[in-house]
Design a protein around this ligand. Structure first.
Ligand SMILES: Cc1cc2nc3c(=O)[nH]c(=O)nc-3n(C[C@H](O)[C@H](O)[C@H](O)COP(=O)(O)OP(=O)(O)OC[C@H]3O[C@@H](n4cnc5c(N)ncnc54)[C@H](O)[C@@H]3O)c2cc1C
Length: 279
């Protein structure tokens, strides 16, 4: 494992906000997890940081990264075990090389596989759990366990993994043959067109309430373009908050609260954060 002390954590969040973390540990082999973590308190697993807003004060936490766990194993019969640290788009490219279909609709999501599974991330009517057979986790007793998908609770952007504070170590997929390259290219292009990728952001700030789109509710509440400090509701995609370079943690949190208030007043609907806020 690699242990870094007093780490500038803004480098590890896609929002480019974050203070000094007490410790950042890069796990190099999954069996290190148990030894490393059992004596630690205040652990936070950081993936690609594409959904995580970090406080810019002192962060009294041990951040753990599985980024070095990236192994892909072919198990036969189109089953593939993948370690959680892999960048999700590298995995999509791998399915392309192997002619597997199943992940195309999610292509372009910039997270790690572990983050995507933790969030049950999804797009265009698909979710990461759709093609999963099993998930290997480190449980609260620091034991590695493999759970079948049928044994796990998951729903829209919510999983048992969050509630139980498990760590995703690897994931076994079962694919079909027939990768759809055109769909991947189409969706990657669409993301470039619709998302403010030129500025630091965390993707969708709010979950879509059942039957509604948060982006539309935000426009109707007159909040698109509103700016607090360096943080702004994107003009390109109103469910995104962008950092103009000098945004503070408080700017983003205040903007989140302002949006929630305005939407509640306008439509009576309570928005819930999709982003993870680490205080
Ligand atoms: C431009 C842009 C577009 C996006 N589009 C989408 C989209 O279409 N659909 C979508 O669902 N999301 C989208 N997102 C959000 C984000 O990419 C996903 O939620 C992604 O799955 C987060 O992965 P991550 O590795 O970056 O997680 P992080 O932000 O690092 O972490 C998110 C949460 O997951 C936990 N976590 C990370 N790794 C593990 C692990 N191995 N075990 C246990 N917990 C872990 C963290 O502790 C944290 O609570 C987008 C983000 C951006 C910036």
């Amino acid at each position: 494992m690699i242990v870094l002390k007093d780490v500038e954590m803004k480098e590890y969040s896609n929002m480019k906000i974050g203070g000094i973390g007490k410790e950042l540990i890069f796990i190099e082999e999954k069996n290190e997890l148990n030894t490393v973590l059992k004596d630690k308190e205040n652990i936070f697993v950081i993936g690609n940081g594409t959904n995580t807003l970090l406080n810019d004060g002192k962060l009294d936490k041990t951040f753990v990264s599985l980024k070095k766990l990236q192994k892909i194993e072919e198990l036969g019969d189109n089953r593939v075990r993948v370690e959680a640290g892999i960048d999700f788009n590298e995995l999509v490219d791998y399915t392309g090389e192997m002619d597997y279909t199943g992940l195309e609709n999610l292509s372009g999501i910039p997270g790690s596989l572990g983050g995507l599974v933790y969030m049950n991330g999804g797009a265009y009517g698909a979710e990461i759990f759709d093609n999963i057979k099993e998930v290997e986790i480190l449980d609260n007793q620091f034991q590695l366990r493999t759970l079948k998908k049928e044994e796990m609770f998951f729903t829209y952007r919510k999983t048992e993994i969050q509630e139980k504070k498990w760590i995703v170590v690897s994931v076994t997929f079962k694919f079909q043959k027939g990768f759809d390259k055109d769909r991947v290219e189409e969706l990657r292009g669409k993301r470039e067109g619709n998302h403010p990728l030129n500025l630091p952001n965390l993707g969708s700030t709010f979950k879509n309430p059942e039957g509604y789109f948060s982006a539309k509710l935000i426009i109707e509440a007159g909040m698109q373009g509103v700016q607090i400090g360096g943080a702004q509701i994107s003009m390109k995609h109103p469910n995104f908050i962008v950092n103009h370079g000098d945004a503070k943690f408080e700017d983003v949190v205040n903007l989140v609260n302002e949006v929630k208030k305005a939407v509640k007043e306008k439509s009576g609907i309570e928005l819930k954060e999709e982003i993870i806020i680490v205080k």
